[in-house]
Design a protein around this ligand. Structure first.
Ligand code: EPU
Length: 336
């Protein structure tokens, strides 16, 4: 079934709590439905959204917003070690993670409690605690917006990198994701090297899928605002990557600056730390601020417009540039 709404409120569709509207809002629950809709011919501005956990609406959207309500999960292949699980793009991300853990399938446990839906996991290559969703994605199925044809992208064709994929690059704005297939393990191998994760897991009784999920949920709860209580889009900025020469001179000046050397030779810095050092945790603003436990997260303190948030974010970027000479890029997709 395809549902079509006019002048539709986007308030329930963005975790920032921005009160914007879409001129048209189209929600579909099967591939056949969206193919039939697009086959009639579609042009004009379009935006495909998932759970709206990584979007900032600066204005009302003068076009068509598409939302997948394709549900369901099925095993499409398996052997004694692993299995391929094909999941509808409208499935809630954390319901997927919880289900795979109940079944005893490993892979997604470090990605517990991330807001959003399955389709977006492939666009954004969501990541946390040393794991990125792209590592587990075997295939992405889509329908093209311009000609309603069905496409399949293999893992390699998706070109996953830090919070990035082909769907944010050459294929940006061209596809509606319908299904994502994940490769999960029947013999889980735990990844516990991030921060104090292994310590937390030990405290809970040792490495099991359920304990890793619990530990991750507890760490997230302590550091990140719950979208039901405080409007935000999780990390607003990406962690900046700088050449080693820049990292070395910054380390000399700022002895406590966290730095993470990457395999490519560059160095990842912590955007949260840089923002905190610029004093933003202590700068009260009426509508917008950074979260007290994680400065990387810009929050709606109540009644913020998208423009308020964007102005605030630009002031944060300017201050980090001025103090450290480092440019922060937004992780959030700004829609104006
Ligand atoms: N830090 C500060 N002040 C802050 C925040 C962080 O000094 O206000 C320092 C911490 O002490 C730590 C370092 O910065 O030394 C890194 O902090 P953290 O471990 O919280 O991770 P992050 O790099 O800030 C990234 C992801 C998060 C993900 C965590 C855990 C990005 C943009 N963000 O944050 O992702 O949960 O790692 O893996 O890569 C999201 O994308 O919405 C998100 C929450």
């Amino acid at each position: 079934m395809t549902k079509i709404y006019k002048t539709h409120s986007l308030l329930p569709h963005n975790t920032f709590g921005i009160d914007a509207t879409a001129e048209n809002f189209v929600e579909f629950s099967s591939v056949d439905d969206i193919v039939a809709f697009l086959s009639k011919g579609f042009d004009g501005r379009s935006l495909v959204i998932g759970g709206g956990s990584n979007l900032l609406f600066v204005n009302d959207f003068d076009g068509t917003v598409f939302h997948s309500a394709i549900m369901g999960m099925e095993i499409v292949d398996e052997n004694e070690n692993d299995l391929l699980l094909r999941v509808g793009s409208g499935v809630n991300w954390d319901e997927l993670v919880a289900y795979t853990i109940e079944q005893g399938w490993g892979g997604l446990e470090n990605l517990s409690a991330i807001p959003g839906e399955v389709g977006a996991s492939a666009v954004q290559n969501v990541g946390a605690y040393g794991v990125e969703a792209g590592e587990l994605i075997a295939k992405v199925e889509t329908v093209r917006l311009d000609d309603a044809t069905c496409w399949e992208f293999t893992h390699d064709e998706c070109s996953f990198s830090y919070r990035h994929s082909i769907f944010k690059d050459t294929e940006k704005g061209k596809h509606i994701i319908t299904y994502v297939t994940y490769r999960l393990s029947k013999k889980p191998v735990f990844k516990l090297t991030y921060g104090n994760l292994s310590e937390k897991v030990e405290q809970l009784g040792g490495a099991t899928l359920a304990n890793v999920r619990r530990a991750v949920c507890e760490i997230r709860e302590a550091k990140l605002p719950s979208p039901e209580k405080i409007g935000s889009a999780g990390s607003f900025f990406m962690n900046p990557v700088v050449p080693v020469s820049v990292a070395e001179s910054l380390a000399k000046e700022y002895l406590s600056m966290p730095q993470y050397p990457l395999a490519c030779g560059d160095v990842k810095l912590s955007a949260g730390w840089l923002i905190e050092q610029c004093g933003w945790k202590d700068t009260p603003h009426e509508h917008v601020g950074v979260y007290k436990h994680q400065a990387l997260v810009v929050i709606n303190r109540g009644g913020a417009t998208g423009k308020n948030v964007l102005d605030f974010a630009e002031a944060v970027v300017a201050s980090v540039k001025e103090k450290f000479g480092v440019t922060l890029n937004m992780e959030v997709n700004v829609i104006d």
